[in-house]
Design a protein. Structure first.
Length: 477
């Protein structure tokens, strides 16, 4: 849109089909699949249950991918869920998603990924996990004091976040090509672990290992164990955020979302089966570095170190994908007058939302300096799945509210698919609030904190519109 004789810089459609698929796969495969099998094994008590949770989680995520394929193809704009919720449920819901995404969910997941990356580094250099200092804080309604430990890994993780932000600052085409490279490496790492596990070691004592850990059979245990699985699956919804930068979006967004999600689900089930195949159940449950420990048995310490390096690259790829996709949410909000003005700035040379990238980087650095790995993912996953449930509702509402909206892809199995996805998302979020109430309550409070900001920015936007209309009227007179 021209302003005087100067053109206002805009986003460009620089992401092709393979870049779009790389965004999905790269957003999903980060660090969690190499780490969380031990958490799930301790919670569930058997490899059969662990694999069942991965499959159940994969089905839920695939249903979600169908929903996002329809929404992304129909509304290929920057902002993703912010756009879908605003049009489907109303502006306040879109704003609360964008507010929470910008302040908690996406910086939180970037911090989780950076912290997880440093866990891999800790396998190679244990000194990075050395505590620098520890605080014991007494909190209300808690019998035990809260322990906050600051390690050498946290400032290093902050530096890694800054690096990912800087790369994405320099242009979406370059970032997209770099994402293809990183995604190729991480897929190769997963495939290598699976192939090595199948070819270098006979089937382990997987069945006899069933009795080596107390079994947990309750629905609550399944819901608790599915949280780290959903951390690993998180990212299937990411492509919609860069919908305004995907070439031929009506065709490429649905294909990339579905193909990318199916590929990741298949790889996740295979690699988790491989962990049990190599290590047996007990060692998986006791391990802090499941994938690395499996590789030690297969190829020795030196080979495991190279695989761990590949996992570090994989985690960085997930962090890079986060900065490629999620700053578009505060950018879209600011463009509509509903967020901090500086986040709508587009770099005149690189055509990236530079202000929003810097903003997400600063929040993620703050979070990684103040939280541990497990606390961070509990904090973020609660809010993410709460809004995923709302997005499923927005899709259903849009079917009647905007029935004439062109939909290049329509959800298979509608309306049961979005209903099952939305119900599962609600159950995950509610269970997380019950099992980890402090972090989840902080997340809920942060969501509600957005309400006064919504009304403030809406009032400012209305005032600005009135002023512009008055100025236009005076020019016409």
């Amino acid at each position: 849109m021209p302003t005087g004789n100067r053109a206002v810089p805009g986003l460009i459609r620089g992401l092709g089909r393979w870049s779009a698929i790389a965004v999905i796969v790269g957003s999903m495969i980060g660090h969690a699949v190499f780490l969380v099998a031990s958490d799930m094994a301790r919670e569930l008590g058997s490899p059969t249950r662990v694999l069942a949770v991965w499959i159940i989680g994969g089905i839920v995520v695939l249903f979600g991918a169908f929903c996002y394929a329809e929404l992304g193809g129909a509304m290929p704009e920057a902002g993703g869920d912010y756009v879908y919720l605003s049009r489907g449920l109303g502006p306040v819901w879109g704003f609360l998603y964008g507010w929470t995404s910008s302040m908690i969910m996406r910086p939180g997941m970037a911090a989780v990924t950076a912290a997880g990356l440093l866990r891999f580094v800790g396998f190679l250099l244990p000194s990075v996990a050395t505590p620098v200092f520890t605080w014991h804080l007494t909190l209300p309604f808690q019998l035990e004091p809260y322990q906050f430990t600051f390690t050498a890994a946290q400032p290093i993780a902050a530096g890694i976040i800054a690096l990912a932000a800087a790369i994405n600052y320099l242009g979406v085409r370059k970032a997209g090509h770099f994402q293809i490279f990183l995604t190729s490496l991480k897929v190769a790492a997963v495939v290598a672990i699976v192939i090595l596990g199948l070819t270098l070691r006979r089937v382990n004592e997987i069945h006899s290992a069933l009795i080596t850990w107390p079994a947990q059979g309750s629905i609550g245990a399944v819901l608790t164990a599915i949280v780290p699985a959903m951390l690993a699956y998180n990212g299937f919804q990411a492509l919609g955020n860069v919908g305004g930068e995907v070439a031929s979006p009506q065709r490429n967004i649905p294909r990339a979302v579905i193909l990318g999600t199916l590929s990741v689900i298949s790889l996740y089930v295979l690699i988790n089966w491989t962990y049990f195949h190599i290590l047996g159940f007990s060692r998986v449950a006791e391990s802090h570095y499941v994938a690395s420990d499996a590789m030690v048995l297969l190829v020795g310490n030196s080979g495991a170190k190279w695989i761990t390096v590949a996992m570090i690259v994989s985690a960085f790829g997930g962090l890079h994908a986060s900065f490629l996709t999620y700053p578009r949410i505060p950018f879209a909000m600011a463009r509509d007058g509903h967020f901090f003005t500086f986040t709508k700035r587009i770099h005149p040379v690189f055509h990236t939302p530079s202000g929003a990238i810097i903003f997400q980087g600063c929040i993620a650095i703050l979070l990684v300096l103040t939280g541990t790995y497990q606390e961070l993912y509990s904090f973020a996953i609660f809010a993410i799945w709460l809004f995923l449930a709302l997005t499923a509702g927005a899709l259903i509402r849009l079917r009647s509210k905007e029935s004439d909206l062109p939909r290049p892809f329509r959800v298979w199995g509608y309306p049961w698919t979005p209903l099952v996805f939305g119900t599962a998302a609600c159950a995950i979020s509610l269970n997380l609030w019950l099992t980890r109430p402090i972090r989840s309550s902080i997340g809920l409070a942060s969501i509600l904190l957005g309400m006064p900001f919504f009304y403030y920015w809406r009032k400012c936007a209305i005032g600005s519109s009135v002023a512009e209309a008055a100025a236009s009227q005076r020019e016409n007179d």
